[in-house]
Write a protein that binds this ligand. Structure first.
Ligand SMILES: Cc1ncc(COP(=O)(O)O)c(C=O)c1O
Length: 471
């Protein structure tokens, strides 16, 4: 190989500025056009999957293909090959269409591609993330010393809570794992919890059997008396309780566990108290609704996902701790090659991830652009959408078994209707709207969530018409 020259960059990967700008502009317009077409089409995917597999088989990557063709191809596949969370009649899981400032954030962080592992390499992004995390912590009523970090999602944040709880319960956990404890350990959440907790217990090495699913009170909230009893019984048997996780906005029904009584039980038993507000935490933005989360300020740690009700791009979870020193203990590591090793600051010393995308810019720009008032309106609007759906369904003889004041509705059809699963199947098949089957207190319900920030009255009417036609 010659040593006095280097070949030019690979143009397919690093095109010249003029080409980038042209492709970028075209992409911006193509995406806006696709977004409009999505609104006129079905919420459900209508792609021909055998045909897609045949097309994929032609991608043997032996020869390069023109990027612009590839971009059009990819947009087409997403336009027809996904359930459209960007459709205002997606009354679905906690997957919102992404707000615009967060999409801008992704472009910026994609272009600069900062490495968020350390403050040495990304001083400004790390400071900006810490700033927005602290703002959320203060909004939740946690003390000024609280801190945390952005996570890939709510599951990582909840996993982090368990690792912190174990580390605080016995410092020897760091070296000895669960062998450090005098008996088997246990963690507690309600049977309406988000099911990732089962995987978390498995991954953390405490085992799935260590997860205690506490009974609910008939309305979908954790029964605090059953919780106290379960902790007492475990202690009597020599089991070591390490974590209580209350949910503020359950996945199925948007219910808020009794946060203050759960905090008291945790304090009395010297157990880490976590509040999983992955979705419901957004209610903190609204002065009218934040009271629904009273007691959240008592938590040792919180999970709040910006990619749920705060509508940033995926995935943008947050883990916030009242006493963040535990994070430095739980994720302590030495690495001489890193550009910095600031114990309480560097993300690689305080979180599970190492290489990290600049996730926090999504929430920073969204919150800065909308302010608390804008986000408050966004959240209140969703609650109003659900009130509209509720009023229409009640007027048609449906019943509503959840009394959440957040933006999830569980609905049961009038007597004599088809089964809930059949109704949901027909609604999805119609392509008119997207709703889910959920279980509330052991019963199938139609779950309707206002995740989209632009739902209009006509969308509510169409949803109700689709439900009525399906029952
Ligand atoms: C209450 C709750 N906690 C945690 C999660 C998991 O979050 P993620 O899907 O971001 O991992 C969810 C997901 O819906 C949830 O509803």
């Amino acid at each position: 190989m010659p040593t006095d020259s280097i070949p030019p960059p690979v143009a397919a990967l690093f095109p010249a500025r003029g080409i980038r700008e042209r492709v970028d502009d075209r992409l911006t317009r193509a995406l806006a056009d696709a977004a409009e077409r999505v609104l006129d089409g079905p919420v459900m995917p209508d792609i021909d999957m055998p045909e897609l597999r045949r097309e994929l088989a032609t991608f043997d990557f032996a020869q390069p293909r023109p990027l612009e063709e590839l971009l059009d191809w990819a947009i087409g596949k997403l336009e027809h090959g996904t359930v459209h969370m960007t459709h205002p009649r997606y009354f679905g899981l906690f997957n919102p269409p992404a707000n615009f400032p967060s999409q801008c954030a992704d472009r910026i962080s994609g272009a600069f591609n900062p490495q968020l592992a350390s403050s040495g390499s990304s001083p400004a992004p790390v400071a900006l993330e810490q700033h927005v995390i602290r703002a959320i912590a203060l909004r939740a009523g946690l003390p000024a010393e609280s801190a945390g970090h952005f996570t890939t999602a709510g599951s990582e944040a909840n996993y982090t809570a368990l690792i912190c709880a174990l580390t605080r319960a016995d410092a020897r956990f760091a070296d000895e794992g669960v062998r450090a404890f005098s008996g088997p350990v246990a963690m507690y959440t309600s049977r309406e919890c988000q099911p990732a907790w089962h995987k978390i217990a498995h991954q953390a090495g405490i085992g799935r059997a260590a997860l205690r699913l506490i009974a609910t009170d008939g309305t979908g909230r954790m029964d605090a008396r059953a919780l106290a009893e379960a902790v007492r019984e475990d202690r009597r048997r020599g089991t070591v309780p390490v974590l209580i996780s209350a949910t503020a906005g359950t996945t199925g029904a948007g219910m808020v566990d009794p946060l203050e009584p759960c905090a008291t039980i945790a304090r009395e038993n010297n157990v880490w108290y976590h509040v999983d507000a992955a979705w419901g935490g957004a209610a903190l933005c609204s002065d009218r609704l934040r009271g629904e989360l009273a007691g959240i300020e008592l938590a040792d740690s919180l999970t709040i996902d910006a990619h749920k009700w705060l509508a940033t791009t995926m995935g943008c979870g947050m883990f916030i701790a009242r006493e963040p020193e535990i994070l430095s203990e739980a994720f302590r590591v030495g690495a001489e090659f890193m550009p910095s090793s600031a114990t309480s600051i560097d993300p690689y010393l305080n979180s599970m991830q190492w290489s990290r995308r600049f996730m926090g810019l999504r929430l920073f720009l969204s919150l800065a652009a909308a302010g608390w008032p804008g986000y408050g309106e966004h959240v209140e609007r969703a609650v109003q959408v659900i009130e509209c759906v509720k009023a229409r369904l009640l007027a048609r003889g449906w019943s509503i078994p959840n009394d959440s004041r957040l933006a999830v509705l569980c609905a049961l059809p009038p007597a004599g209707s088809a089964a809930v699963r059949e109704i949901v199947r027909k609604v999805l098949a119609s392509g008119r709207a997207w709703v889910a089957v959920a279980k509330l207190e052991g019963r199938d319900v139609v779950r309707i969530c206002a995740t989209h920030g632009e739902i209009a009255v006509a969308d509510v009417d169409e949803l109700v018409a689709a439900l009525e036609a399906a029952r």
